[in-house]
Design a protein around this ligand. Structure first.
Ligand SMILES: [Ca+2]
Ligand SMILES: [Ca+2]
Length: 155
C-alpha cells in the first residue's frame, strides 16, 4: 500500500512457499516467480496461488483464486468420416478439451491436386470446396491455451 515499507512477498503454490528476493522478484506492484523455481512437477489441474505482501503496517493477501492451470494434454480432434463430394460441403468437427480450453482452430490443406477454399478456416465448423477432382487431405488443428495442439485429418 502507498506509504508502507515493503518487507517481503511470499508466494505459495501447491504447499511450497517462495519468497523475495529470490526466486520471487518484485518490480513495483508486480511480482514474478523465477522460471523453474517450482521443482516438483505439478500434475494437470487448477491450482490456487496465494501471494502475501508483508509491509510494516501489516500483511495483504491476494483475493484471486485458482489462478494457475497446468495443462499438458492436447485437445482431442475428430473431423468425422471421410468425404466423397463433388460440390461444396460443410464439415463440423468434434473437439474435446478439458484443461485450459481451446484457444484456436485452424483448417489447412495437407495435400491436394488443386485449391481448397474454406468458408471459415478458424472455426471447428466450416464449408469446404475444391476446384479440381482428386484426393485431398485436409487437417484441423485445435490448439489449447497452454499451446498443446491436437489434429485430425480428413481424406
Ligand atoms: Ca490467489
Ligand atoms: Ca489441454
Amino acid at each position: 500500500m502507498n506509504g508502507d515499507v515493503f518487507n517481503s512477498i511470499a508466494i505459495n503454490v501447491n504447499g511450497s512457499t517462495y519468497y523475495t528476493p529470490y526466486p520471487v522478484t518484485r518490480s513495483g506492484s508486480n511480482w514474478t516467480l523465477t522460471d523453474n523455481a517450482i521443482q516438483t512437477a505439478l500434475s494437470d489441474g487448477v491450482y490456487q496461488v496465494v501471494a502475501v505482501l508483508d509491509t510494516n503496517s501489516g500483511s495483504y493477501t491476494d483475493s484471486n483464486t485458482n489462478e494457475l492451470t497446468i495443462d499438458t494434454i492436447a485437445p482431442s480432434v475428430n473431423v468425422g468420416a471421410d468425404v466423397d463430394k463433388n460440390a461444396q460441403f460443410t464439415k463440423t468437427a468434434t473437439v474435446t478439451e478439458s484443461g485450459s480450453g481451446v484457444a484456436s482452430y485452424l483448417w489447412s490443406k495437407v495435400s491436394s491436386p488443386g485449391t481448397i477454399t474454406f468458408g471459415t478456416d478458424s472455426n471447428y465448423s466450416t464449408t469446404i470446396s475444391a476446384n479440381t477432382q482428386g484426393t485431398y487431405v485436409i487437417r484441423l488443428t485445435a490448439t489449447d491455451n497452454a499451446s498443446n495442439a491436437g489434429t485430425d485429418d480428413l481424406h
